[in-house]
Design a protein around this ligand. Structure first.
Ligand code: ZDP
Length: 343
């Protein structure tokens, strides 16, 4: 069956969203995610996000697949897009909230005016085994000097459901992201791999950061990463509990409340709507009914031309033989010929 999808972006971090709240999506989505996210062979996106039926009393469940087909526990920019997606589908007004079940717990986005969405992202994970990381914490923040692609970096680890590594630098523009990003993503200190962030402190309430995402490479923004970066930078004494985080795709407002929970505010926008073609028949080949089914339908339970056949049968039902002959005689070609040759 052909399936509608929509593409959204938040600060240039872009996602394909599909509504599977009726429980009618296939279980295996890693390989399709990789293909759909491919920017040349597919639609193109940093990730695929599915809306699924809830399992634990929430309103809806969110599943996110990275562009490489791996599954992420959470996604900050993605959940803002997810809220906008649900609002657009259901006509939900400004102020609406959803309890969204994710592998990182129940996360609650709220629709604001002006295309903004604010999200209660929950409390950060600082206990090493929950991030997960082998780095240990002297005070609160797991941190160590690690050798990464031949350089020594001071790396902090923070979990937002998904893992993050944060490195403070004097100038983010000078960071060789393509070299250090993948090396730190796959460093043995992060057994589930990690998202990687280089941060430059501009002021106590202004941080600039560049992102290398686990499973997606360099992206223009990362919501969970912005939260993790604020937590690491605050615990390092470099910034306040609230700050503007400047990412390549734009700015996010992050606040770490006294109750320990993080609030993230930023934009989410619809880019376009589309339709995925029907999945090909089992075996990867679509059936050509005209040649393959001369001895009878090959897939009577799910015939790909059932709809066209039903339309034809309805037409045959509606007209008598005489009416059909006169219809055929009245074809455009015949009318044209009669105009020149006379009846
Ligand atoms: O944890 C991961 O594997 C990330 N690539 C998931 C996506 C995170 C994201 N960039 C965000 O905004 O939090 C979407």
């Amino acid at each position: 069956m052909a399936r509608p999808f929509r593409k959204y972006q938040g600060l240039g971090n872009d996602f394909i969203l599909i509504d599977g709240r009726r429980g009618d999506l296939p279980d295996q989505v890693g390989e399709p995610a990789r293909l759909l996210c491919d920017r040349r062979f597919g639609i193109g996106a940093d990730g695929l996000i599915l809306a699924l039926p809830p399992r634990q009393g929430g309103d809806v469940r969110m599943q996110i697949l990275n562009a490489d087909g791996s599954e992420a526990e959470m996604c900050g920019n993605g959940i803002r897009c997810f809220a906008r997606f649900l609002a657009d589908l259901d006509g939900a007004p400004v102020g609406s909230t959803w309890r969204v079940e994710t592998p990182a717990g129940v996360i609650v986005p709220q629709l604001l005016a002006d295309g903004l969405v604010t999200v209660d992202m929950g409390a950060p994970f600082l206990e090493p085994s929950t991030i997960p990381t082998t780095l240990t914490a002297a005070a609160q923040l797991p941190e160590a000097d690690l050798e990464v692609a031949g350089e020594w970096l001071r790396v902090a680890a923070v979990g937002m459901g998904n893992p993050h590594a944060v490195v403070t630098v004097a100038d983010v523009d000078a960071v060789p992201l393509e070299r250090l990003g993948p090396a730190l993503e796959q460093h043995p200190a992060f057994p589930a791999r990690t998202n990687v962030h280089f941060v430059q402190v501009l002021a106590p309430d202004r941080l600039r950061l560049r992102v290398w995402e686990r499973g997606a490479g360099p992206t223009l923004a990362c919501g969970t990463g912005a939260c993790a970066t604020l937590v690491a930078s605050h615990l390092r004494g470099q910034c306040e509990r609230a700050a503007t985080l400047e990412l390549p795709g734009g700015a996010l407002q992050i606040r770490w409340d006294d109750d320990g929970r993080l609030q993230m505010t930023g934009p989410a926008q619809l880019v376009f709507c589309g339709t995925l073609p029907a999945e090909p028949a089992a075996g990867g080949q679509a059936i050509d009914c005209a040649t393959a089914c001369t001895e009878g339908c090959q897939r009577p339970d799910d015939c790909p031309s059932a709809e066209a056949r039903a339309r034809t049968l309805a037409l045959l039902d509606r007209f008598s033989l005489d009416e059909m002959i006169s219809l055929a005689n009245d074809s455009l070609e015949d009318r044209t010929r009669r105009r020149f040759e006379g009846p």
